[in-house]
Ligand binder design. Structure first.
Ligand SMILES: N[C@@H](CCC(=O)N[C@@H](CS)C(=O)NCC(=O)O)C(=O)O
Length: 213
């Protein structure tokens, strides 16, 4: 199978963590989202134009990071069960996955893209709203993590796959402040081998972007 992705993309990183956790190998295909020609070429494959996208050997396309994580969990018995337990527990994993994507990841991504614009062109309203959402999410996560190793407790799940990348970017864009449970959790996530290898590929690219900024 082939994964279309961009190493620095938060949603790509979520899928990559799951593929690493489940010890699944794939053919990597990097999509240069910053290049209009490459974007257009990619839209011929997937008209929505978003990464990640997993394409199976039979040509079946699996877009959307959550669905890629679900697929990885379905086809591999290796590593942790990323959506474990009974129907109620699985619903709670999905709920936390949605919270991480819709309110944490999207807000941190907005801050990232706004921060790359010249100050006069930045959308202050979007920045303020994003920071508000991140603060709500940080408060929610910090209290949940008071007695938990991972977002669901002892099990590393899809929700943790979804939390890692936005928390990594938040360190600079919107630091954890006094949220020590969250800060310790983030450290555990960043040290996990499945994320270390994602960072090994992403960090040189991020450094290059910073140097160009
Ligand atoms: N809901 C999608 C979001 C994917 C997404 O927004 N990916 C970003 C990169 S992190 C992207 O492809 N942006 C390019 C674009 O919007 O054209 C998922 O979970 O996979």
């Amino acid at each position: 199978m082939k994964l279309y992705y961009l190493p620095i993309s938060t949603y790509s990183q979520k899928a990559l963590i799951a593929l690493n956790e489940k010890e699944l190998s794939f053919e990597p295909e990097i999509v240069a989202l910053g290049n209009e020609e490459a974007r257009q070429k990619y839209r011929d494959i997937y008209p929505i134009g978003k990464v990640p996208l997993l394409v199976l050997d039979n040509g079946h396309m699996i877009p959307e990071s959550t669905i890629i994580v679900e697929y990885a969990n379905q086809v591999s018995d290796k590593g942790p069960d990323l959506i474990p337990g009974d129907a109620d527990n699985r619903r709670q994993v999905r709920f936390r996955d949605r919270m991480m994507d819709l309110y944490l990841n999207d807000s941190v991504s907005s801050l990232f893209f706004e921060s790359r614009k010249p100050q006069a062109e930045q959308n202050q309203n979007l920045i303020d709203k994003s920071r508000e959402k991140i603060d709500v999410m940080f408060g929610y996560m910090d209290s949940e993590l008071a007695e938990r190793t991972w977002l669901m407790g002892d099990d590393f799940t899809m929700a943790d796959c979804a939390a890692a990348a936005p928390l990594f970017y938040a360190q600079e864009l919107h630091p954890f402040g006094d949220k020590s449970n969250l800060a310790h959790y983030a450290r555990r996530l960043f040290e996990r081998p499945s994320y270390q290898s994602v960072l090994a590929e992403a960090l040189p690219m991020l450094e290059k972007m910073r140097a160009q900024h």
